[in-house]
Design a binder for this molecule. Structure first.
Ligand SMILES: *Cc1c(COP(=O)(O)O)cnc(C)c1O
Length: 433
C-alpha cells in the first residue's frame, strides 16, 4: 500500500514512511492509494471471528510489508488489550464504550497501535527515537500511555502549565520511565511553536531521530476503523443497518468510520455530532466549507474550529457533495443541551454519559425522532469520570467511578518546568537522547 498526499505535491510513500513523517512534506495529509474491499461473507461471519482476527484482516492491507506478520500480530494483540462493549441504553439507542483503555478515552487505541508500530521501526533504525508532542489536554495522556515502556523510544510531552485539568496532568506526569513531561510556563500555542521549531531545526534532527505523534498520523487514524467493525460485530439486528453517531472535533474518528463503510461495512447513516464548533455541519447545509474560530465548550476535546481531517472525508467521497450529504446527518449541540442530556439519560436509564457522548446521544435521538423504525449506537469516546460537569450531573458517584478517581489521585506527579524558550527545549532533548 502506498499513501499519497492530499495536496498532491509530494511523492507517494509506504506505511513506514507515512508513519514516521506524520504529515506529508507538502503539508498535506496522507491518504491510501486505494481502499481495500471486504466481501459480504466477511461481515456475515464476523461474530465468529475474534477481535484480533478482524483487526488483522482490516489493517493488514494498509500496513503491507512494512511490518512482518508475526510482529504485526503482536502489535494487534497489544492494541486490543481492553474491552470495547456495545451496551444498550434504551430500546433504540446503544453505546459503544471506547473508554476502557488506560486513559479512559478512545484515543488510547490509535495511540497504542501507533506507538507499537513506531517501536518496531525504531528497533531497526539504530538511532534513538524521540517522539515530541505538544498537548492541550487529552492527546498527551493517550500518547504517553501508548508509548510507556516501548523500547528504543523516548517521549517528550509539552503542556501549558496550569492549563490542563488535574486528571489530565496526572495522566501525563505519573508514568515516568521513558515518558518525560515538560510543563511550559506559557500557552498551548507556545508549546506548539517550540515543537515546530524543533522539527525545523535540521542540525538537531541530524543528531536525533525526531518524530511526532500527531492525531493526523495514519498509524493513529487507520486503526480507529476497528471501532466500527467491532461495533457492527456486536450489532444484533443484522437485517437493519445501524445509524452511528460520532462526537466529532478534528473528524479523525468519524472519518475512519467512513473509510470502513467505503470498504463495505454496513452503516445506514453517520450522525455527525458537534458542539458549537460546527464548520462541517454548515458545510452539509450549504455545500461551502469555511473554517471557524474555535469556541470553548464543555466537550472540550471537540473544540476544533477548522478540522484537519475534513480533507480526508472529501477524499473518501471523491469530493462529491451529494454523496457526502446522502451518508451524513449533522447536528450542533449547545452546552445547555449537553448538560440536560447527561442528567436526563442518567435519571431515565441510569447510564452515565460524558459530555462528548452526551453530544452524540442528543444528536442521535434527534435523528431517530425524525426516522421512526431506525436504530443505532453512539460512540462514547471518554469515561465520564474525566469531567467534573459529568460527575456533578449524577448526584452521587458510583463505587466504580470513585475507585478510578482515587487511583489517579494517589499517583505522584513528576515533570520539569520550562520557560517558553526553544533553546532550553533543545538542551532538554539532547540530554534525554
Ligand atoms: C479527541 C476526542 C473527540 C474528537 O475526536 P476527533 O477524532 O478529533 O473528531 C471526541 N471525544 C473525545 C473524548 C476526544 O478525546
Amino acid at each position: 500500500m502506498k499513501y499519497y498526499s492530499t495536496n498532491r505535491l509530494s511523492e507517494m510513500v509506504d506505511f513506514k514512511e507515512a508513519t514516521l513523517l506524520g504529515l506529508a512534506l507538502d503539508k498535506g495529509l496522507f491518504f491510501p492509494e486505494f481502499i481495500p474491499q471486504h466481501e459480504a461473507a466477511f461481515f456475515e461471519g464476523m461474530d465468529k471471528m475474534s477481535n484480533e482476527e478482524i483487526a488483522f484482516e482490516v489493517l493488514r492491507p494498509y500496513v503491507g510489508d512494512s511490518i512482518p506478520e508475526t510482529e504485526f500480530r503482536d502489535i494487534i494483540h497489544d492494541t486490543l488489550s481492553f474491552e470495547i462493549p456495545l451496551v444498550n441504553i434504551s430500546e433504540r439507542i446503544a453505546s459503544l464504550e471506547l473508554f476502557h483503555g488506560p486513559t479512559f478515552a478512545f484515543k488510547d487505541l490509535g495511540a497504542r497501535f501507533m506507538s507499537r508500530c513506531m517501536g518496531y521501526f525504531a528497533r531497526y533504525s539504530g538511532k534513538r527515537m524521540i517522539v515530541l508532542v505538544a498537548t492541550s489536554g487529552d492527546t498527551g495522556g493517550a500518547v504517553a500511555n501508548g508509548f510507556y515502556n516501548v523500547e528504543g523510544v523516548n517521549v517528550v510531552i509539552l503542556y501549558p502549565s496550569g492549563k490542563v485539568s488535574d486528571i489530565q496532568e496526572r495522566q501525563l506526569t505519573t508514568l515516568g520511565g521513558n515518558i518525560h513531561a515538560l510543563s511550559v510556563d506559557g500557552t498551548f500555542d507556545d508549546c506548539q511553536r517550540m515543537v515546530k521549531q524543533a522539527f525545523a531545526d535540521t542540525a538537531l534532527r541530524d543528531q536525533l531521530f525526531l518524530t511526532s505523534a500527531n492525531s493526523i498520523n495514519v498509524a493513529r487514524w487507520l486503526p480507529q476503523q476497528l471501532f466500527y467493525y467491532l461495533g457492527y460485530k456486536q450489532w444484533k439486528q443484522k437485517d437493519e443497518n445501524p445509524v452511528i453517531a460520532v462526537p466529532s472535533g478534528n473528524f479523525g474518528n468519524v472519518c475512519s468510520g467512513m473509510l470502513a463503510k467505503a470498504a463495505g461495512l454496513p452503516v445506514k447513516k453517520f450522525v455527525i455530532a458537534c458542539n458549537q464548533n460546527d464548520a462541517v455541519i454548515d458545510y452539509l447545509q450549504s455545500g461551502e466549507y469555511k473554517g471557524k474560530e474555535t469556541i470553548s465548550t464543555l466537550s472540550n476535546a471537540m473544540d476544533v474550529g477548522n478540522p484537519s481531517n475534513f480533507v480526508r472525508i472529501q477524499e473518501i467521497y471523491e469530493y462529491n457533495y451529494q454523496r457526502m450529504k446522502a451518508d451524513m446527518a449533522g447536528y450542533t449541540v449547545s452546552d445547555k443541551e449537553t448538560l440536560e442530556t447527561m442528567h436526563n439519560v442518567y435519571s431515565d436509564y441510569h447510564y452515565a454519559l460524558d459530555p462528548h457522548g452526551a453530544v452524540a446521544y442528543f444528536s442521535l435521538q434527534k435523528y431517530l425522532n425524525d426516522h421512526p423504525g431506525e436504530k443505532g449506537f453512539l460512540l462514547e469516546t471518554a469515561h465520564p469520570v474525566k469531567f467534573d460537569c459529568a460527575v456533578n450531573a449524577f448526584g452521587v458517584l458510583s463505587a466504580e467511578l470513585r475507585e478510578k478517581i482515587d487511583a489517579l489521585n494517589q499517583a505522584k506527579k513528576e515533570f520539569s518546568s520550562l520557560p517558553p524558550d526553544y533553546e532550553l527545549l533543545k538542551k532538554e532533548l539532547l540530554t534525554i537522547a
